[in-house]
Design a binder for this molecule. Structure first.
Ligand code: G16
Ligand code: MG
Length: 210
Protein backbone atom coordinates (compact mmCIF):
# COMPACT_ATOMS: atom_id res chain seq x y z
CA UNK A 1 0.00 0.00 0.00
CA UNK A 2 1.33 3.39 -0.97
CA UNK A 3 -0.79 5.39 1.46
CA UNK A 4 -2.40 5.15 4.89
CA UNK A 5 -5.43 7.34 5.57
CA UNK A 6 -6.27 7.73 9.26
CA UNK A 7 -9.50 8.70 10.86
CA UNK A 8 -8.67 11.16 13.66
CA UNK A 9 -11.08 10.87 16.58
CA UNK A 10 -10.98 7.34 17.98
CA UNK A 11 -7.84 6.36 16.07
CA UNK A 12 -5.11 8.99 16.60
CA UNK A 13 -6.70 10.93 19.48
CA UNK A 14 -9.65 10.36 21.80
CA UNK A 15 -11.81 13.44 21.89
CA UNK A 16 -15.17 11.69 22.30
CA UNK A 17 -15.18 12.64 26.01
CA UNK A 18 -14.95 16.30 24.97
CA UNK A 19 -17.72 15.89 22.39
CA UNK A 20 -19.80 14.31 25.17
CA UNK A 21 -19.16 17.12 27.67
CA UNK A 22 -19.88 19.83 25.10
CA UNK A 23 -23.11 18.24 23.79
CA UNK A 24 -24.17 17.42 27.36
CA UNK A 25 -23.82 21.07 28.41
CA UNK A 26 -25.92 22.19 25.44
CA UNK A 27 -28.55 19.47 26.03
CA UNK A 28 -28.78 20.17 29.78
CA UNK A 29 -29.35 23.86 29.18
CA UNK A 30 -32.27 23.01 26.89
CA UNK A 31 -33.62 20.21 29.08
CA UNK A 32 -32.92 17.52 26.47
CA UNK A 33 -32.04 14.05 27.72
CA UNK A 34 -28.53 13.00 26.62
CA UNK A 35 -26.30 10.16 27.81
CA UNK A 36 -23.16 8.18 26.91
CA UNK A 37 -25.16 5.65 24.88
CA UNK A 38 -26.50 8.40 22.64
CA UNK A 39 -22.98 9.87 22.50
CA UNK A 40 -21.66 6.57 21.11
CA UNK A 41 -23.95 7.02 18.12
CA UNK A 42 -22.17 10.29 17.29
CA UNK A 43 -18.84 8.59 16.51
CA UNK A 44 -17.61 9.71 13.08
CA UNK A 45 -20.91 11.52 12.42
CA UNK A 46 -20.90 15.18 11.30
CA UNK A 47 -21.83 17.96 13.71
CA UNK A 48 -25.18 18.67 12.01
CA UNK A 49 -26.14 14.98 11.95
CA UNK A 50 -25.05 14.63 15.57
CA UNK A 51 -27.45 17.43 16.53
CA UNK A 52 -30.31 15.65 14.74
CA UNK A 53 -29.58 12.46 16.70
CA UNK A 54 -29.59 14.43 19.99
CA UNK A 55 -32.85 16.14 19.02
CA UNK A 56 -34.61 12.77 18.73
CA UNK A 57 -35.17 13.27 22.50
CA UNK A 58 -36.43 16.83 22.12
CA UNK A 59 -40.14 17.25 22.65
CA UNK A 60 -40.64 21.01 22.25
CA UNK A 61 -41.75 23.18 19.33
CA UNK A 62 -39.98 22.60 15.98
CA UNK A 63 -36.61 24.39 15.83
CA UNK A 64 -35.61 26.70 12.98
CA UNK A 65 -32.41 26.25 11.01
CA UNK A 66 -31.08 29.40 12.65
CA UNK A 67 -31.65 28.06 16.16
CA UNK A 68 -30.00 24.76 15.21
CA UNK A 69 -27.00 26.66 13.84
CA UNK A 70 -26.75 28.54 17.17
CA UNK A 71 -26.91 25.27 19.09
CA UNK A 72 -24.07 23.83 17.01
CA UNK A 73 -22.04 27.00 17.46
CA UNK A 74 -22.50 26.86 21.21
CA UNK A 75 -21.49 23.20 21.31
CA UNK A 76 -18.46 23.91 19.17
CA UNK A 77 -17.33 26.78 21.42
CA UNK A 78 -17.41 24.52 24.47
CA UNK A 79 -15.73 21.72 22.50
CA UNK A 80 -12.89 23.97 21.34
CA UNK A 81 -12.31 25.23 24.90
CA UNK A 82 -11.84 21.60 25.90
CA UNK A 83 -9.65 20.84 22.85
CA UNK A 84 -7.46 23.80 23.79
CA UNK A 85 -6.37 21.88 26.90
CA UNK A 86 -4.85 19.09 24.77
CA UNK A 87 -1.07 18.68 24.59
CA UNK A 88 1.35 16.31 22.83
CA UNK A 89 0.88 13.99 25.83
CA UNK A 90 -2.59 13.21 24.47
CA UNK A 91 -1.01 11.10 21.71
CA UNK A 92 0.56 7.83 22.77
CA UNK A 93 4.18 7.05 22.06
CA UNK A 94 2.95 3.97 20.16
CA UNK A 95 0.94 6.13 17.74
CA UNK A 96 3.76 8.63 17.25
CA UNK A 97 6.38 5.94 16.71
CA UNK A 98 4.20 3.88 14.33
CA UNK A 99 3.44 6.93 12.18
CA UNK A 100 7.15 7.71 12.02
CA UNK A 101 8.07 4.17 11.03
CA UNK A 102 5.38 3.93 8.34
CA UNK A 103 6.73 7.13 6.83
CA UNK A 104 10.30 5.89 6.99
CA UNK A 105 9.14 2.89 4.97
CA UNK A 106 7.97 5.28 2.27
CA UNK A 107 4.21 5.34 2.89
CA UNK A 108 2.30 8.57 2.41
CA UNK A 109 0.12 9.46 5.41
CA UNK A 110 -3.13 11.42 5.46
CA UNK A 111 -5.97 12.27 7.82
CA UNK A 112 -9.54 11.50 6.72
CA UNK A 113 -11.79 12.97 9.41
CA UNK A 114 -15.37 14.25 9.58
CA UNK A 115 -14.25 16.96 11.99
CA UNK A 116 -13.97 20.64 11.13
CA UNK A 117 -11.56 20.91 14.06
CA UNK A 118 -9.03 18.40 12.72
CA UNK A 119 -6.34 21.02 12.00
CA UNK A 120 -6.74 22.54 15.47
CA UNK A 121 -6.47 19.13 17.14
CA UNK A 122 -3.37 18.15 15.14
CA UNK A 123 -1.78 21.45 16.11
CA UNK A 124 -2.53 21.02 19.83
CA UNK A 125 -1.06 17.50 19.94
CA UNK A 126 1.93 18.40 17.76
CA UNK A 127 1.13 16.10 14.83
CA UNK A 128 0.62 18.61 12.01
CA UNK A 129 3.91 17.63 10.37
CA UNK A 130 3.29 13.91 10.75
CA UNK A 131 0.86 13.89 7.80
CA UNK A 132 1.28 14.67 4.11
CA UNK A 133 -2.36 15.75 3.70
CA UNK A 134 -5.47 16.47 5.73
CA UNK A 135 -8.95 15.79 4.37
CA UNK A 136 -11.58 16.82 6.91
CA UNK A 137 -15.02 18.27 7.57
CA UNK A 138 -13.99 21.52 5.88
CA UNK A 139 -13.50 20.00 2.42
CA UNK A 140 -16.49 17.67 2.19
CA UNK A 141 -20.22 18.03 1.63
CA UNK A 142 -21.23 14.47 2.52
CA UNK A 143 -20.40 12.49 5.68
CA UNK A 144 -19.22 8.91 6.13
CA UNK A 145 -20.43 6.34 5.02
CA UNK A 146 -20.15 8.48 1.89
CA UNK A 147 -16.60 7.96 0.55
CA UNK A 148 -15.96 11.68 -0.17
CA UNK A 149 -13.57 12.38 2.73
CA UNK A 150 -11.32 9.43 1.79
CA UNK A 151 -11.53 10.00 -1.97
CA UNK A 152 -10.35 13.58 -1.35
CA UNK A 153 -7.55 12.37 0.93
CA UNK A 154 -6.32 10.05 -1.86
CA UNK A 155 -6.49 12.93 -4.34
CA UNK A 156 -4.58 15.26 -2.01
CA UNK A 157 -1.85 12.61 -1.75
CA UNK A 158 -1.95 11.84 -5.48
CA UNK A 159 -2.42 8.13 -4.74
CA UNK A 160 -4.88 5.81 -6.49
CA UNK A 161 -7.68 4.50 -4.19
CA UNK A 162 -6.53 0.91 -4.85
CA UNK A 163 -3.25 1.79 -3.16
CA UNK A 164 -4.80 3.42 -0.10
CA UNK A 165 -5.69 1.75 3.18
CA UNK A 166 -8.02 3.46 5.67
CA UNK A 167 -7.70 3.07 9.45
CA UNK A 168 -11.04 3.60 11.19
CA UNK A 169 -12.83 3.13 14.52
CA UNK A 170 -16.36 3.69 13.16
CA UNK A 171 -18.46 1.22 11.16
CA UNK A 172 -19.56 4.08 8.91
CA UNK A 173 -15.88 4.81 8.24
CA UNK A 174 -15.16 1.23 7.18
CA UNK A 175 -18.19 1.37 4.86
CA UNK A 176 -16.91 4.69 3.48
CA UNK A 177 -13.49 3.17 2.77
CA UNK A 178 -15.13 0.27 0.88
CA UNK A 179 -17.24 2.72 -1.12
CA UNK A 180 -14.04 4.62 -2.00
CA UNK A 181 -12.51 1.40 -3.35
CA UNK A 182 -9.91 1.38 -0.57
CA UNK A 183 -8.78 -1.34 1.81
CA UNK A 184 -9.66 -0.87 5.48
CA UNK A 185 -8.42 -1.60 8.98
CA UNK A 186 -10.86 -1.69 11.90
CA UNK A 187 -9.49 -0.60 15.29
CA UNK A 188 -11.17 0.25 18.61
CA UNK A 189 -14.93 0.13 18.19
CA UNK A 190 -14.55 -1.26 14.64
CA UNK A 191 -12.01 -3.95 15.61
CA UNK A 192 -14.83 -6.50 15.50
CA UNK A 193 -16.46 -5.27 12.30
CA UNK A 194 -16.47 -8.12 9.81
CA UNK A 195 -16.49 -5.82 6.77
CA UNK A 196 -13.02 -4.48 7.65
CA UNK A 197 -10.25 -6.15 5.61
CA UNK A 198 -8.00 -6.18 8.68
CA UNK A 199 -8.93 -5.95 12.35
CA UNK A 200 -6.38 -4.86 14.94
CA UNK A 201 -6.34 -4.29 18.69
CA UNK A 202 -3.32 -1.99 18.93
CA UNK A 203 -2.07 0.79 16.67
CA UNK A 204 1.41 -0.73 16.39
CA UNK A 205 -0.03 -3.75 14.53
CA UNK A 206 -0.25 -1.49 11.47
CA UNK A 207 3.45 -2.17 10.97
CA UNK A 208 2.55 -5.81 10.16
CA UNK A 209 0.01 -4.73 7.52
CA UNK A 210 1.74 -1.99 5.49
C1 G16 B 1 -15.30 13.29 14.51
C2 G16 B 1 -16.12 12.66 15.66
C3 G16 B 1 -17.61 12.92 15.60
C4 G16 B 1 -17.86 14.40 15.32
C5 G16 B 1 -17.24 14.75 13.98
C6 G16 B 1 -17.44 16.21 13.63
O1 G16 B 1 -15.11 12.45 13.44
O2 G16 B 1 -15.95 11.25 15.74
O3 G16 B 1 -18.20 12.54 16.83
O4 G16 B 1 -19.25 14.69 15.34
O5 G16 B 1 -15.84 14.49 14.01
O6 G16 B 1 -16.65 17.00 14.51
P1 G16 B 1 -16.62 18.60 14.55
O7 G16 B 1 -17.81 19.04 15.32
O8 G16 B 1 -15.30 18.89 15.24
O9 G16 B 1 -16.63 19.08 13.12
P2 G16 B 1 -13.83 11.53 13.00
O10 G16 B 1 -14.22 11.32 11.56
O11 G16 B 1 -12.50 12.25 13.18
O12 G16 B 1 -13.94 10.31 13.87
MG1 MG C 1 -13.50 8.14 14.42
Amino acid sequence: MKAFIFDLDGVIVFTDKFHYQAWKKMADELGIYFDETINNRLRGVSRAESLEIILEKYEGEPLSGEIKAQMMEQKNRTYRELLATMTPDDVTEEVRETLKRLRERGHKLAIGSSSKNAGFILDKVGLTDAFDAVSDGNNITRSKPDPEVFVKAGEFLGVNPKECIVVEDAYAGIDAAKAAGMASVGIGDASGYEKADYRIETFGELLDIG
